[in-house]
Structures are given as structure tokens and as C-alpha cells.
Ligand binder design. Structure first.
Ligand code: ADP
Length: 456
């Protein structure tokens, strides 16, 4: 069943339930107040009769006197103990037959249903003693015929009102359901289109009332924005990566061709070709490793946070690098140990990327400063090399961005190092800053917030 039909039916059924309860209460209250009023009138009449017959109570013409008070479809009786009717005047034989006389010493009233000529009819009876000690009581009974007619009219009005309200509720419910469902139907249509075409598409938000449906549509659009952004990034990455792989592959292909044509006869050419093919193959291997690193970093839950000592970590990195590069790298720190909560392998990767750059683009000493304050830990890597031109600094973290393409190729750079470093630091909710002066050197600062251990 469609949700609009469901809303429509539910609101109508709910409305009908409320109407039924209201009708019942109205009907019940109407009956009660009307009978109460009739009862008051009848008691008033009984008081009048008592006053009227006070002096002729034992005279023989008392029934004549009582006749003066008789109303339509009623009886008046004077009753002795043991329910003995002494006098009775009536203009309704049936009523008098159906209701038996009852003696009373207290004022009381009663309603009874009797089967009359036109079905059941309600009868009101009031009883009250005639002066205490007289051993007589007065009883008046009267058919509530007018009440039946009023009951019928009220029942008719209530039925018509209920029908009218049901029709209004059905129409209103339909309008309401359509209004609520319009943005949802819109969303379903767009999703179906996306499913068919495979192209993410946004919903047109027509009604800008800031309700939950507006929030839903907005969230959906934001999600589509992100998907589009990611798809664009993916496409850009594939195009950049293929472009990067093209150069070494071309070199490999041309040397392989050279080998095929004449390399095997000429030992020098063969050696040169094999060397070039090996170098380019190594470069491709390094590049694919970096691509994989980058792909892993796209998954934001890759961090393995542990308590680590930065001093020990830097010392072990320097030991490794110094053996390979034979460069002067100085480590400065005020406290020992400097404890942080971070992913050790990832932070090591960042420091190696930055030191590798400093080694590649400088010949002088390299310095590392470690510092920790109340809020954050700062790792500062400083070199005195070629520096980066000011206008290039803004692009330095972009994927595959290299300042000097030829030089970078010479040094084996892929233009992904700083991008990966920034991504890792961002995953740690930290910040990376580069300042540089051409010809003077480069400063890289890593700011890591002092986090407590969190499971990531
Ligand atoms: P690459 O692998 O090419 O070094 P990076 O992303 O690490 O890629 O660096 C991007 C570019 O920034 C490099 O090509 C280089 O031109 C410049 N660069 C990075 N670090 C330094 C540095 N310490 N000194 C001078 N230039 C640098």
C-alpha cells in the first residue's frame, strides 16, 4: 500500500475514532441534562400538587383536584405503605399499567424504559412523601415522548456531521499526504534515475521551509556532492598516475626496442639498456608503492594509535638514514622522552618523507627540533638548501606537484611525498606548515595535538 494512502486512511480512522468519542459524550451529556431538567420540572409540579391538595387530602373530591394537574401521557398517584394505591388519575392507561405504584418516605426519582405503541419509550417517575407522619406519598409518572424526538434529531445531526467530517478528513488527508510525500517522491525519482544512469545527480529543492524534509533533501544533495567530488578526484588520480607511469614505460619500451634491434651484438648498448630498464622499473615499483600508500590513506580508519616516544623514534630514523646518505643530521630536544599518542609507522613515514626531501634538495646540515607544550607537540625539520619559490608554496601539497620537474625526476621524486605527509598529519588532527626562501633553505613544521589514547 502506498504511504500516501496509508497516511490518508490512518488520519481518517483516527479522526473517526475521535468523532465517535465526541459524539458519544455529546449524546450522553445531552440526555443527562435533558432528563435532569425534566426531573426538576416534575418535582416542581409535585410540590405544587402537594400545596394544592394540602387541605383536601382526605376529602372525596381529591381525584378531581389531582385532575387539574395532570399533563399529557402521565399519571398522579397517592400511595399508602405496602405500595397500596389509594388514588390515581391518569390519561395514559398503558403507562399506568406498566408502572406499578411504590410507597416512599424519601424524595426520589427514577427513569424506566417501557415498550409502548411505537417501540420503547422512556418514563420519568418522581416520588415524595406527603408530610411526615401522614403515611402517604405522592407519585407522578410521565412519558418522555418529546425526549425521544429530540434524541432522534440529535442522532441525525451527529451522523450527518460525522459523515461530513469523514469526507473532509479524507480530502484533507490526501492533500496532507501529497504535500509531505512530494519531496520524498522527488528523491525516489532522482535515486531511480541515478540507479539507471549510474551518474550521481542532485535533487531540486522547491520548498525551502526549513523542516525535516528540507534537511533530508539537503543532506542527500551534500552526499551527492561528496560522491561527485570523490569521483572527480578518482578520475584525476587515474589520469595523473597514468601520466606519471607513461615516461618510465616509454623509456623501458625504447630501450627494449633498441636491445631487440642491435643490443645483443653491441655489449655497451646492451649494458646501457639493461641499466636504464632496471632504473625505470625500480622507479615504477616505488611509484606503485606510493600509489598504494595513498589509496590506503583514503580509508580514514587506518590509524593505529599508540603511546610513542618521539626522541627514540627520531634517533632510530637518523641512524638508518645516516648509514645510507652519510649526511649531517642534528636532533635537538629539551625533554626526553617526548611522549605522544599517534600511529608510529605513519609518523615515521612523514618524518622520512620530509628528511628525504631535505636530503634531496640541500647539501648542508639538516636539523630536527622536537618541542612539546601543553596543547601540542611540534616537529620542526630545517634544511639550508635550494628552497622553494614563494609562488610555488601554495601548490606544494597537491598530488604530483613538483617545482622543478627535471630535477625531481633526477632525484626520483614523484610529487606525492608532501601530499601523503599532509594527509597523515590531518588524520592525526594536526597541521603541517612549510616556509621557505629560495637559495636559503626550507622549514617544515608539524603540529600534533596532545591527544589521549583513542581507539581509531
Ligand atoms: P617529491 O617526491 O617530488 O619530492 P614532494 O611532494 O615531497 O615530492 O615535494 C614536492 C616538491 O616540493 C618537490 O618536487 C620539490 O620541488 C619541492 N620540495 C619539497 N621539499 C623541499 C625542500 N626541502 N627543499 C626544496 N624543495 C622542496
Amino acid at each position: 500500500m502506498k504511504i500516501t494512502t496509508k497516511i490518508n486512511l490512518l488520519t481518517t480512522v483516527w479522526m473517526l475514532c475521535i468523532l465517535m468519542i465526541v459524539n458519544f459524550v455529546v449524546f450522553f451529556l445531552f440526555m443527562k441534562t435533558t432528563v435532569n431538567m425534566e426531573e426538576k420540572v416534575l418535582f416542581q409540579q409535585a410540590e405544587d400538587i402537594l400545596r394544592g391538595i394540602d387541605k383536601n387530602l382526605y376529602s372525596s373530591n381529591i381525584e378531581l383536584k389531582l385532575n387539574d394537574y395532570i399533563t399529557d401521557h402521565s399519571f398522579i398517584r397517592i400511595i399508602q405503605p405496602k405500595n397500596k394505591v389509594v388514588h390515581e388519575v391518569t390519561n395514559d392507561r398503558l403507562l399506568s399499567k406498566k408502572i406499578k405504584g411504590k410507597y416512599t418516605t424519601t424524595k426520589q426519582s427514577q427513569t424506566r424504559l417501557i415498550s409502548a405503541e411505537n417501540g420503547e419509550e422512556e418514563v420519568l417517575i418522581v416520588r415524595l412523601p406527603i408530610k411526615p407522619g401522614n403515611q402517604l406519598s405522592l407519585e407522578i409518572g410521565e412519558r418522555l415522548s418529546g425526549l425521544e424526538t429530540r434524541k432522534e434529531i440529535l442522532r441525525g445531526i451527529l451522523v450527518i456531521c460525522t459523515l461530513f467530517a469523514t469526507i473532509l478528513s479524507l480530502l484533507g488527508g490526501r492533500w496532507l499526504a501529497n504535500m509531505i510525500m512530494r519531496p520524498i517522491s522527488n528523491m525516489i525519482n532522482t535515486m531511480e534515475e541515478i540507479e539507471k544512469s549510474g551518474v550521481p545527480k542532485k535533487i531540486t529543492i522547491q520548498n525551502k521551509t526549513r523542516d525535516e524534509l528540507y534537511t533530508l533533501a539537503n543532506t542527500f544533495n551534500r552526499m551527492i556532492d561528496r560522491i561527485q567530488e570523490n569521483l572527480a578526484k578518482q578520475a584525476q588520480f587515474v589520469s595523473d598516475a597514468s601520466h606519471e607511469l607513461k615516461t618510465p614505460l616509454t623509456v623501458i619500451k625504447s630501450y627494449a626496442n633498441l636491445l631487440r634491434r642491435q643490443g645483443l651484438e653491441n655489449k655497451d648498448i646492451a649494458e646501457e639498456a639493461i641499466h636504464a630498464i632496471h632504473t625505470e622499473a625500480t622507479r615504477i615499483q616505488k611509484m606503485t608503492d606510493t600509489f598504494l600508500d595513498l589509496a590506503n590513506l583514503e580509508n580514514e580508519k587506518v590509524l593505529e594509535i599508540n603511546k610513542i616516544d618521539l626522541v627514540t623514534l627520531c634517533e632510530s630514523i637518523l641512524k638508518q638514514l645516516k648509514e645510507v646518505y652519510k649526511r649531517e643530521i642534528l636532533l635537538h630536544f629539551e625533554d626526553n622522552p617526548i611522549t605522544i599518542y599517534a600511529d608510529e609507522l605513519k609518523i615515521k613515514q612523514v618524518i622520512i618523507i620530509l628528511l628525504d626531501n631535505a636530503i634531496k634538495y640541500s647539501h648542508d646540515k639538516i636539523e630536527i627540533f622536537l618541542e612539546k607544550n601543553r596543547q601540542q607537540t611540534i616537529i620542526h625539520i630545517k634544511d639550508y638548501g635550494i628552497g622553494i619559490p614563494e609562488n610555488e608554496l601554495d601548490h606544494i601539497f597537491e598530488r604530483f606537484y613538483r617545482v622543478d620537474k627535471a630535477r625531481s625526476r633526477e632525484t626520483g621524486g614523484s610529487g606525492l611525498g608532501l601530499h601523503i605527509a599532509k594527509r597523515i598529519i590531518n588524520l592525526h588532527k594536526g597541521n603541517i606548515k612549510i616556509s621557505s626562501k629560495e637559495g636559503l633553505g626550507t622549514n617544515v613544521e608539524l603540529f600534533l595535538p596532545n591527544l589521549q589514547r583513542t581507539d581509531s
